[in-house]
Design a protein around this ligand. Structure first.
Ligand code: 5SP
Ligand code: FE2
Length: 221
């Protein structure tokens, strides 16, 4: 199944309750929440208290993308705040396997994100233990950037490996996705698309979500 995970990073932060309710109205599958610490990435966004306050406004799963150094010390806080999928960057984890184990132990799905320049080989010994790989298709830190085309080969290679080894791992891409490139991204093997500016920076985000889902329906969803 192809899923849409709109990123609230591009929403109006003074209206976040409306921003998540728009996702329910449009039929999005997940809420993508970008957590940035001003250290791992050059931007600061939000943390567990904001996530907790949004939890009561939607039943959609929270797909929390941690762009923070030393995520280990915050895993419990994000779980308590209501994260369903918790994704950490391989580049930010000294003991990635331990971090993944901890996420699973807390009862969340575990995702591992890779920056555009990071090779897929770092995933080889962790793939059997995770639920999702997040391929960054822009450099993390900001919404509204342009999709880096070399990432398509990376998605294809990962998708092939996952299929050949029959692993139950989802592939999410994040950055620069829009209605024009969605088909190509899905054909490469993606099954979860994050879209921030392509949803919220449009006159009618609810309709835009429905348009994305119409594109997904070409792939049998
Ligand atoms: O994690 C990030 C950015 O670091 C993303 O989730 C962005 O929020 C995606 O925004 P668009 O590129 O779709 O506008
Ligand atoms: Fe993200």
């Amino acid at each position: 199944m192809i899923k849409l995970a709109p990123s609230i990073l591009s929403a109006d932060f003074s209206q976040l309750k409306d921003a998540v309710q728009i996702l329910d109205k449009g039929g999005a599958h997940l809420v993508h929440i970008d957590v940035m610490d001003g250290h791992f990435v050059p931007n600061i966004t939000l943390g567990p208290p904001v996530i907790k306050s949004l939890r009561k406004h939607t039943k959609l799963p929270f797909d929390v993308h941690l762009m923070i150094s030393n995520p280990d010390q915050y895993l419990e806080s994000f779980h308590e705040a209501g994260a369903d999928i918790l994704t950490v960057h391989a580049e930010a984890c000294t003991h990635l396997h331990r971090t993944v184990q901890q996420i699973k132990k807390l009862g969340m799905k575990a995702g591992v994100a890779l920056n555009p320049a990071t090779d897929l080989s770092v995933l080889k010994y962790i793939l059997p233990d995770i639920d999702m790989v997040l391929i960054m298709t822009v450099n993390p830190g900001f919404g509204g950037q342009t999709f880096i085309p070399q990432c398509l080969d990376k998605i294809r290679e990962l998708s092939k490996y996952i299929q050949e080894n029959q692993l139950p791992v989802e592939i999410e891409i994040d950055g620069g996705a829009n209605l024009d490139n969605a088909e190509e991204i899905i054909k490469a093997g993606t099954n979860i698309l994050v879209a921030g500016s392509a949803v919220y920076d449009t006159p009618n985000p609810v309709e835009t979500i429905q348009e994305f889902i119409k594109v997904f329906s070409k792939f049998g969803e």
